[in-house]
Design a protein around this ligand. Structure first.
Ligand SMILES: C[S@@+](CC[C@H](N)C(=O)[O-])C[C@H]1O[C@@H](n2cnc3c(N)ncnc32)[C@H](O)[C@@H]1O
Length: 240
């Protein structure tokens, strides 16, 4: 695990291009590799939403939009979701899914960089980012940006991969990440780098208390984290 808080991660500047390359198989592989758990993880994010009406949501690194759609479905108090990503083809797919789910009037999709969020200060009640912050060059800068666009009292929820604390589970999970996912992912996505990149970024990204420190440094208070599914993913939350 890389504990260098706020380290600039080189080689991730263009990670969104890789997601554009695999966009057709992205949802399928998510469900397959997580054994369907990804749907539950996104649902769990919605459980932290406050019981306050007319909330404005920003979902960063939205990809094909599943977090925004899940929150709109499970948290009726969210009035509108702004969903932002760098990858055009992932956004195109999100647009088609929004139409199919009849959610288009409640979702605005926008191409934008999480490192330089294309919105003014203090306008969102909730900002979410699922499996995105691991893919940016400077996670600390993204957290500072999230803090900037949140209203005072607003909440950030970050869902990201982590590693199980139990040594045996951790070994088994690392075997799965290093040997099974890259091989199956290469065949199904037809991209031999994408699912090799996944395990490298998971193994080098700060998680648990280390990630909470990054959030606190960005200004968040009441920072908490909750590992899910034996710790293979973690939900972090913090308040402005
Ligand atoms: C693993 S996907 C996560 C998608 C979605 N949040 C989900 O839960 O399935 C990571 C996404 O981050 C996006 N991304 C990478 N760098 C980004 C950046 N600097 N700003 C915004 N999005 C970025 C990629 O294009 C990709 O769609």
């Amino acid at each position: 695990m890389n504990l260098a808080a706020g380290k600039i991660y080189k080689g991730k500047e263009k990670s969104f291009r890789m997601f554009d390359r695999i966009h057709r198989r992205y949802d399928l592989l998510n469900h397959l590799f997580s054994f369907g758990q990804d749907i539950i993880w996104r649902y769990k994010l919605s459980q932290g939403i406050e019981k306050k009406d007319n909330q404005q949501l920003l979902d960063l690194a939205t990809g094909t939009g599943d977090v925004a759609f899940s929150l709109l479905k499970h948290s009726p108090r969210i009035k509108h979701a702004h969903a932002c990503d760098m990858a055009q083809k992932m956004l195109q797919l999100a647009r088609k899914k929004a139409i199919k789910k009849k959610l288009s009037p409640k979702v605005s999709l926008l191409q934008g960089d999480a490192i330089n969020i294309p919105y003014v200060n203090d306008i969102f009640d909730v900002v979410t980012m699922a499996f995105g912050i691991r893919n940016v060059t400077n996670p600390s800068l993204v957290l500072t940006e999230i803090f900037r666009v949140l209203k005072t009292g607003g909440k950030a929820f970050i869902l990201e991969f982590s590693l199980p604390a139990n040594k045996i589970l951790r070994k088994l999970h690392l075997f799965y990440l290093r040997h099974i996912i890259p091989r199956v992912g290469a065949v199904i996505s037809r991209d031999k780098h994408a699912y090799r990149y996944l395990n490298k970024t998971i193994e080098t990204f700060p998680y648990g208390q280390s990630f909470c420190q990054l959030m606190q440094t960005a200004g968040f208070r009441n920072v908490r984290f909750k590992p899910l599914t034996f710790g293979v993913v973690t939900i972090y939350q913090g308040e402005k």
